[in-house]
Ligand binder design. Sequence first.
Ligand SMILES: [Zn+2]
Length: 158
Amino acid sequence: MKSDMRLFAPFPIEMDEHPKIMPLSDAAFRALFEATFYSRRMLSDGFLDERVVLKRWGQEVADELSTNDPEKPSWIKVDGGWMIQDFDRRWMRRPAIPPEVRILVFDRDRWACVHCASPAALTIDHIVPWSKGGLHEETNFQTLCRRCNSRKGVHPNA
Ligand SMILES: [Zn+2]
């Protein structure tokens, strides 16, 4: 299997002892992981289509995962399927850019912002945003000064 940094998903180290995870059946525990990777791979926001859930994991597992905590179950029942609780906040975190990759990108872009040519306060920018499925690798990185990088957020098409 090709290594793909977009599949990066952190799980808490104490997960096996978490009060709402520990009592889960094997099938539900497995679904909890599989659904997270499935959603990440599909670049969804954590929404699990009802047909996919019923086919892959079944109603019983879905019921278990949407009732394992009265306030914050692992899955939340919504129209047409389920949402993975806090998927955005917990699973969409992107990995850090390794220092040697930063150097490579800065070297390639001659240590200057590719928009305004400023050599000051250089940052690495995702050309296609990570949140839109952009790769977390050199080909999708460019050098921007902090000013141009923060403007990009305001005028994404500028
Ligand atoms: Zn700039």
